[in-house]
Design a protein around this ligand. Sequence first.
Ligand SMILES: [Zn+2]
Ligand SMILES: [Zn+2]
Length: 404
Amino acid sequence: MNVSVGLTERQSAVEVDLTGTFTDASGKPYTSGRYRFTSEVTLTPSDLASCAFALDEVAIGIGFHWERKERQVFRGALRLVKREAGLTVINDVSLEEYVTSVISSEMSASCPLELLKAHAVISRSWLWFPKANPAPFKRGQRLNSHEILRWYGREAHPDFDVCADDHCQRYQGITKLFSPGAAEAVRATAGEFLRYHGAICDARFSKCCGGMTERYATAWEDQDIPYLRSVYDGPAQSRAYSPETWIRSNPPAYCNTDDSELLSRVLPGFDQETRDFFRWKVAYTPEELADLIRSRLAVDLGPIREVQPLARGPSGRIYRLKITGERDHVTVGKELEIRRALSRTHLYSSAFVVDKESGRFVLRGAGWGHGVGLCQIGAAVMANEGKTYTDILQHYYRGTAVSV
Ligand SMILES: [Zn+2]
Ligand SMILES: [Zn+2]
């Protein structure tokens, strides 16, 4: 089982450092050293374990507030594909090695083992689901002069299975040493998938649900997936909330943790810059908001007068938001488009309430990411409390089972 991972695109030339000997399609050897390519090539390692290639300046976190460039090292084959915009750089790697790398990249080496095991199962399932269900993902777009309704499917990558960035799953090859924990988690769950009535699940996950997970249709097409419904992210929910009071409250959910020792064990170093993910706040003047809307959505509403949630999912995430300015109005959805519209990078989530204070719009929000499926922070807390990986998976994905 091999996975093709898109590392970068639109390159006029690609410089690569090889360790060990690779061969191209014609059998020509490339020994250790630095090479520069401006056309298509496939380099296959002579030995899977000892050969590696390194690329400088791989962008990670593209468009997010943690965007940066890093030198990264990969095992497996290197494939350059020529497209109109330039060269696409692809890494062909085995599924189990891909999963080990993703877990090493997404989660810190000292994570609780049961969390790493849960993550191994969902990474494998999430990756394999589209291969088992060809073309179930439709990008959606409904546009008229006063409404923008968009969501993004996984058909975004015609030339490879997954990109290496947070859009799919963060993959950094062997840049970081595989942690013993990640390797053990992959071995202990070898070949295991999350299944619903036997079929491999579309195992969505996000950083922090905010106390309540979200249903699939708030982020993607209007469809209910039985194992991706909203669940309270705690042992038992004591009272019912309206979305507004929910977001303003501080419920005792699994992911409502200030255990900084656990968080630093779970989140890779750069994510620790973000600590206010359970409940957060941002503020804009009407002019700042108008500038954002103009640059992000290419519509000129004039200074903003009103920001009005029209529809919310069960976690409080807004999927239709009406923004009214002095000149015009627009309605935006779904959750990712709202997060893109209201921030220079990405708003943490679309679960927010809007208050007007001293002439400014104050957005008070909950959670980080789309909130559908497993909540990574909540799952970490569950694992730390001694829950097993199957307990964790069955909490977030109701009615599922884990099997090979
Ligand atoms: Zn992607
Ligand atoms: Zn949560």
